[in-house]
Design a protein around this ligand. Structure first.
Ligand code: ADP
Ligand code: MG
Length: 499
C-alpha cells in the first residue's frame, strides 16, 4: 500500500539481543567512507536531493492543492547494507507466493472458511465479501485476471548465526501496491551519493531495479489479451498521487497506441456504463484493463454508490488488476491461516517450496480459537513482542505496545476479536543511515529497513499465463518507529548496498 502512518514507541528492552546487535550495527558511510562534517553534510543533502528530483523520486508537495507542484520524496542519503543472498532469496520466492495467492483466491471453500468468522464483526470486509459472493455465484464475465503484487519483508538476525540475516514476511500486498517509481529512481541517486564521497562500489552492488518495466509489461500483456485495439487501460486513482504515472510511461514506452485514462470513484459513478456483452464503458470508450490504485479503505466507500461501482466493475468484461477475489486473498486473515499447520500443503505439492515459504513466516495467531486465551494473555503481558492487525490496508491501522495491550483487554472476550490477527513483532536487523526527511534530523542514526518484492501475475482460473518477479522497494525508518509509511510516515526510500 502507498500510505503508512507512523507513531513512535519505545524499543522493546531485550538486553542480550541488544548487546549482540550493538557490535554489528553497520553503515555505508561509517564502514566504507568517512563520517561527514556538518558543512559537507549540508552540501551533500542539497546535491543528492537535487539528484533525486532530477531522477523522478518526487511527490506532490503536501501543503499545496496543486498536483503539479512536487518535492523530492524522503530518501536515505546513502544506500543501506544488505546481504546479497537476502535479496536473492526474497526475489526467488515471488513466483511461488503469487501462485499460492492465486490458488487461494480460486478456492471458494477455503476463502469461506477463512472469512466466515469475521464477516459479522467487520462491516467493510463484509461489504467486499458480498460483492465477491455475488460475482462468484454469477460466474466470471472475464476469465483472465492480472495481479501486481508486493511481498514485504523485514530482515532479522538468524537464530543460529546472528551475523546472518533471514527475511521474514510482513505482509503480501495484492492491491494498489505503490512505491515502484521511487524505487526505480534510487539506484542512480545512491550511485551518485557514493561517487560524491569517493566510496568505491561495483555496479552489481547497486543493481538496476526496473520494477516499472515488468509491471508495464504486465499491463500491456493484459491489454493484448483483451483483444480490442481501441480499448483503453483505466487507472482508478485518487487525485495527485504521481507514482502511477511511472506505469503510464512504462506502458507508453512499450506501445504508444495504448491509451491510459485516469478516473476517480466519483467520476466513474457518473461516467460508467455497460455495453451489450458486459463491456465496461467509460465516457463512451471501452475499457480493456482496470488497474486499481484506490478502493482499499473504508473511507474510499462513503456511500453505497461506491460499493455498487465496485460490483459493476467486477461484473464487467474488463480485466481487473486485481479481481476482488485476489484483493481479499491479500487480507491479513489469509496470511494468518496460511501459517497454520498443514495449510500450505493444501495448495502446494513441492515440499522444498513449502519449506522456503514457511521459513519466511513469523508467529501468526487467530484470536478466536478455543485456546486463544493463552496467546492473548501473553500479548497483554508483553505487548512489545507483538503486532495486532485488523483486515485493513494503507497503514496506520495496526496496534503496537500500550495501544495493543489496551485494545486486547477490551476485545479479548468479545466477538470482535475475530476481525483481528496477532503477529510476532519482527525484531529487524538495525543498521545506520541518514534520513533526509522533513521533521527528522539528518544525523546518522539507527534505522531498520523493509524490503518489498514486486511481481506480476496473469492467469485464467485454470492456467498461469505470466508469473514473474519485478524488482524491489526498500523503505528505511528510524528503529523506534512502528510503521514504515513513505507518504505520511517516517520512512525514506532507500536502495541496497549489496555485500
Ligand atoms: P498495511 O496493510 O497497513 O501496510 P502492514 O502489515 O504492512 O499493514 O503493516 C504496516 C507496517 O507495520 C509495516 O510496513 C511494518 O513497518 C510494521 N509491521 C507490520 N507487521 C510487523 C511485524 N510483524 N513486525 C514488525 N513490524 C511490523
Ligand atoms: Mg504494508
Amino acid at each position: 500500500m502507498l500510505l503508512w502512518i507512523n507513531t513512535i514507541v519505545r524499543r522493546p528492552k531485550l538486553a542480550t539481543k541488544l548487546n549482540v546487535e550493538m557490535s554489528r550495527v553497520k553503515s555505508v558511510e561509517e564502514d566504507y567512507g568517512k563520517p561527514l562534517t556538518p558543512e559537507r553534510l549540508e552540501e551533500m543533502i542539497q546535491r543528492v536531493t537535487g539528484w533525486a528530483l532530477l531522477n523522478g523520486a518526487q511527490r506532490k508537495i503536501t501543503a499545496t492543492e496543486a498536483c503539479e507542484r512536487v518535492e523530492h520524496v524522503a530518501i536515505t542519503l546513502f544506500p543501506s547494507i544488505l546481504p546479497a543472498d537476502v535479496l536473492r532469496k526474497a526475489k526467488s520466492l515471488q513466483t511461488s507466493f503469487q501462485t499460492l495467492i492465486y490458488k487461494v483466491a480460486n478456492d471458494h471453500e477455503f476463502m469461506k472458511e477463512c472469512f466466515s468468522g469475521l464477516l459479522s464483526v467487520d462491516a467493510f470486509t463484509k461489504q467486499l465479501w458480498d460483492i465477491y459472493e455475488t460475482v462468484t455465484n454469477e460466474g466470471p464475465a472475464q476469465e483472465i485476471s492480472l495481479t501486481i503484487t508486493r511481498n514485504d519483508f523485514m530482515m532479522e538476525p538468524a537464530e543460529e548465526d546472528s551475523a546472518k540475516e533471514n527475511c521474514k514476511q510482513v505482509e503480501f500486498n495484492t492491491f494498489a501496491v505503490g512505491g515502484c517509481g521511487m524505487a526505480n529512481s534510487m539506484v542512480d541517486v545512491h550511485r551518485y551519493s557514493l561517487s560524491l564521497e569517493d566510496i568505491p562500489f561495483e555496479e552489481k552492488q547497486l543493481p538496476e531495479n526496473n520494477s516499472i518495466d515488468g509491471m508495464a509489461r504486465g499491463l500491456v500483456k493484459a491489454w493484448q489479451l483483451y483483444k480490442n485495439k481501441r480499448a483503453v487501460i483505466l487507472f482508478v486513482v485518487e487525485p495527485c498521487t504521481p507514482d502511477h504515472r511511472w506505469l503510464e510511461r512504462g506502458v507508453y514506452r512499450l506501445d504508444r497506441s495504448i491509451k491510459v485514462i485516469y478516473r476517480t470513484f466519483p467520476q466513474l459513478i457518473i461516467q460508467m456504463s455497460f455495453g451489450e456483452n458486459r463491456e465496461l464503458i467509460v465516457d463512451g470508450v471501452e475499457v480493456a484493463v482496470v488497474y486499481y490504485r484506490y478502493g482499499y479503505a473504508p473511507k474510499h466507500y462513503p456511500t453505497d454508490a461506491e460499493f455498487k461501482l465496485r460490483l459493476d466493475i467486477e461484473r464487467s468484461r474488463a480485466i481487473k488488476c486485481p479481481t476482488l477475489a485476489v484483493h481479499l486473498a491479500g487480507c491479513k486473515k489469509i496470511q494468518q491461516v496460511l501459517a497454520e499447520p498443514g495449510v500450505l500443503e493444501r495448495f502446494i505439492d513441492d515440499t522444498d517450496v513449502i519449506k522456503d515459504i514457511r521459513s519466511t513466516f513469523v508467529g501468526l495467531y487467530r484470536l478466536d480459537a478455543k485456546d486463544s486465551s493463552k496467546i492473548i494473555t501473553q500479548a497483554i503481558q508483553t505487548p512489545e513482542r507483538f503486532v495486532l492487525k485488523p483486515q485493513r490496508e494503507g497503514g496506520g491501522n495496526n496496534l503496537f505496545g500500550d495501544d495493543l495491550r489496551n485494545y486486547l483487554e477490551k476485545i479479548k472476550e468479545s466477538p470482535e476479536r475475530s476481525a483481528w490477527i496477532l503477529m510476532d513483532r519482527i525484531q529487524a536487523t538495525r543498521h545506520r543511515n541518514r534520513l533526509i526527511k522533513a521533521g527528522l534530523g539528518p544525523e546518522c542514526r539507527n534505522v531498520v529497513s523493509e524490503l518489498g518484492i514486486f511481481g506480476v501475475y496473469i492467469s485464467t482460473p485454470t492456467s498461469e499465463l505470466e508469473n514473474f518477479e519485478s524488482g524491489y522497494l526498500i523503505r528505511t525508518k528510524p528503529e523506534e518507529a512502528n510503521e514504515a509509511g513513505l507518504c505520511e510516515g517516517l520512512a525514506c526510500v532507500d536502495s541496497p548496498f549489496l555485500i
